[in-house]
Design a protein around this ligand. Sequence first.
Ligand code: PLP
Length: 400
Amino acid sequence: MPVLAERMSRVKESPSSRVADRVRAFQEAGREVLPLTIGEPDFDTPDHVKDAAIAAIHAGETKYTSANGTPALRTAIISRLRRKTGQSYGTEEICLGGGAKQLIFLVFMATLDEGDEVIVPAPYWVSYPDMVTVNGGRPVIVGTTAAEGYKLTPGRLREAITDRTKWVVLNTPNNPTGAVYGEEELRGLADVLRAHPHVSVLCDEIYDEINFGARPVPSAVTVAPDLRERVFLVNGVSKAYAMTGWRIGYGAGAASLCGAIGTLQSQSSSCPSSVSQAAAAAALDGGREFIDRTVRIYTERRDLLVAGLGEIDGLRPTVPQGGFYVWTDASALMGAVTPSGVTLTSDADLAEHFLETSGVVVITGDSYGFPGHFRAGFALSSDTIREAVAGLAHSVSLLR
Ligand code: PLP
């Protein structure tokens, strides 16, 4: 039996996959579950995107491409970045991944030396810390507060920076909180970074099109174009265009880093799928009809879920400004006792109580480095959301 590398002790399975296994086990036992765990759009990929993929297959676009993508996709990405940020990126400043997830992994692989530090504000997307540790880095988790909108402040950033800091991760809109950094907030962080030229920023903007605000989600490069060489933008087509299975993510930043990512890509996957690249180009080049329609629907669902959770004693939902999750403070329920006599002392106890008593599945706050909370997704039909809210109300009513 091959002995696993030491680095495998530094990475664990994603909590979302673990929860998915638990849900499957419940369903196999014939129990109904209401999974508020969903992390992907429940819409189908738009038809014009599927048609572009089919046309690419018929046109023979079924071979290896350049590691950093086809010219058509890179051009589509550059146009999208210009529309969003006002910045003109060159093709050598663009790179591709099999999803934004793989791309972020490759960024850390390409840049982290043993012991390099990456500042990760909590609550954080579950994968960042593990991606850092498996690549030899050290995640430096920096807490935020509800009063600060769960956002990193300039003061906390300044305190967390050391000589070993390589990256700070900014995720806007944030998974799990739905927080969006405003221009002023980004400006404040940029001021701190100007004093620390060895620190770069990984801006994960994968949810930027699922935006409930009246104005586009601001980007760090627009606010601080002088820092552009130190900002690595990450985006993709998974969330905005309901294309999670197509696995295309993209990055924009320093040509040297994009080149390094291309090298790693060429030695690992060769390139992301050629057919998916054609589909992604069609998505980025297409109109906004799909995004506008789905955001309208997400808005209704968000309001339904936030209102429903807000009426349950002991739960305090945060209204998300983007993404499709409601971050909910459940700390008031800690210490309560379930009908079977269990005193709730952890997020896992609470999640188990929800599952056992109403079949509702949530992702626990501690998975995001922020206990006493849970994430409830609303990429679900309104009926399912209503049922889940009723289930949670029932579960909470059983607590003493
Ligand atoms: N970044 C964040 C914050 C996410 O929530 C996700 C997916 O859940 C990703 C990146 C990865 O997206 P992709 O499907 O493009 O790999």
